[in-house]
Design a protein around this ligand. Structure first.
Ligand code: UD1
Ligand code: CA
Length: 450
């Protein structure tokens, strides 16, 4: 059956005390709402509708940067969760399949949990609600179960003392046939303690119509929502623990796991070793048997088998290291390929470039790729030897097996097997140093004598 995700992300997130909409704050290198999308991906959704409100322009931009098929609808006034879902009605008109409602600020729902909800739907439940049991139910909505059936959900503000004693809480995740869901929402009013249209009210409406409602439960950890920066930091810590554990289970050695920071999508192959204090930004793939040495920062890059990175290296988006490539200390690589066995070992910047197989880039080499307006490409041929402190003024091509003399400023292409020297010829002045210092010391002695 086709599934449509409806992600609620219109709230301001007042308690973040931020100009940035809450769902754009980052967790594991992703905007918060991307985690709900990632959970929902388990259902292979045919459609994804994001309900935006506060900061809708920025939220839309971020959503489309991730996936331009995401449909963004606007909720201009935040009148409650039922009202929020109702904003997707037009977008999903005529959609034949299930709708699953997720919150943009709830990042840890496991794919298996959504699968369990889908299974409950297939087993005949018309409306499936995700609940969790907790000894500290706080201000969550409570699931009222009577005779083994979910009869209604009562919000904390509207609950009696007896209802507040219930420990089975509402996560907010709901699944139903899309048409049924919008029919139920149409019957929801706002006569309650908050004056809001509660999505939770659809359970009572459904029961009154003779539909069956079921609660599927999950771990309370999964339903953790982010409301404050402290909660965001705690969620980040939880995510990092999960990613480190996952990496080690996959055969990655983390010398000091608590000092390595992952993005949600970091992939490290087996038998790769990560030394202490390494940070992975989004979009990093490292293949088997690589070594990422201490204090390196990687983002948007691919590191092949047996490559060595760092210590103190920076791989920026578009860095592509082929097998056995080496990037050493204080080297920055951006939008550049290092072919098999190529080496850039010390103090260099290589940007917008191709470095051929087994080429050696000397210390202090820089690709001068930017003229202030445009970026230009540098090609370094296979097996070439670039002398220390070479400035490669792009666009420029160094042929295969060529070399540049130390300190050369390369402004013209160098042919295969050639050598470029572009620097002042050395001139040795005999005895100059001796005479120079004798003179200075004599002047100092004269001054003292005065
Ligand atoms: C909601 C549930 C509550 C549940 C809790 C779980 C209702 C009425 N209550 O309460 O039973 O235990 O979540 O965290 O559904 N949103 C919009 N537009 C709106 C209102 C909300 O997009 O008009 C979004 C918010 O940005 C947020 C989510 O919906 O991502 C939940 O809204 P929130 O106000 O936090 O609901 P709670 O009061 O926490
Ligand atoms: Ca909330």
């Amino acid at each position: 059956m086709a599934t449509a995700l409806i992600i609620l992300a219109a709230g301001q997130g007042t308690r973040m005390a931020s100009e940035l909409p809450k769902v754009l704050h980052e967790l594991g290198g992703w905007p918060l709402f991307a985690h709900a999308l990632s959970s929902g991906a388990a259902l292979a959704p045919a459609r994804t509708v994001l309900v935006a409100g506060h900061g809708a322009e920025a939220v839309t931009k971020a959503a489309h940067a991730l996936d331009d098929r995401i449909e963004v609808v606007l909720q201009t006034e935040q009148l409650g969760t039922a009202h929020a879902v109702d904003q997707a009605r037009g977008a999903l008109a005529g959609f034949d399949g299930d709708a699953v409602v997720l919150y943009g600020d709830t990042p840890f729902i496991r794919p298996e949990t959504l699968d369990a909800m889908a299974t409950a739907r297939q087993s005949g439940a018309d409306l499936v609600v995700l609940g969790f049991d907790t000894p500290e139910p706080g201000r969550y909505g409570r699931l009222v179960v009577e005779d083994g059936r979910l009869s209604r959900i009562v919000e904390y503000k509207d609950a009696t003392e007896a209802e507040r004693a219930i420990t089975l809480c509402n996560s907010g995740v709901v699944a139903a046939d899309a048409t049924v869901l919008f029919d139920l929402i149409a019957a929801v009013g706002n006569d309650n303690a908050s004056g809001e249209y509660y999505l939770t009210d659809i359970v009572e409406v459904a029961n009154a119509r003779g539909l069956t409602c079921t609660a599927v439960t999950c771990d309370a950890e999964e339903t953790r929502g982010i409301n404050t920066r402290a909660e965001l930091a705690a969620a980040e810590a939880q995510l990092q623990v999960m990613k480190r554990t996952e990496a080690m289970e996959n055969g990655v050695s983390l010398v000091a796991p608590e000092t390595v920071f992952f993005a949600s999508d970091t992939y490290l192959g087996g038998d790769t070793t990560v030394e202490p204090n390494v940070v992975f930004g989004p979009g990093v793939t490292v293949e088997n048997g690589a070594r990422i040495r201490a204090f390196s920062h990687l983002e948007g890059c691919h590191v092949s088998r047996g490559a060595v990175v760092g210590p103190y290296a920076r791989l920026r988006p578009g860095a592509e290291l082929a097998e056995g490539a080496r990037v050493g200390n204080f080297v920055e690589i951006k939008n550049a390929t290092l072919d098999t066995g190529a080496k850039v070992n010390h103090l260099s910047y290589i940007g917008d470039a191709f470095v051929g197989e087994a080429a050696n880039i000397g210390a202090g080499t820089i690709t001068c790729n930017y003229d202030g307006v445009f970026k230009h490409h540098t090609h370094v041929g296979a097996g070439s030897f670039i002398g220390s402190n070479t400035m490669l003024v792009a666009p420029v091509t160094i042929g295969d097996g060529a070399m540049t003399a130390t300190g050369t400023v390369v402004t013209e292409d160098v042919g295969p097997g050639d050598m470029a020297v572009g620097r002042m010829r050395q001139d040795n002045k005999r005895g100059f140093a001796t005479r120079f210092f004798e003179n200075l010391r004599a002047r100092k002695a004269e001054k003292k004598g005065l």
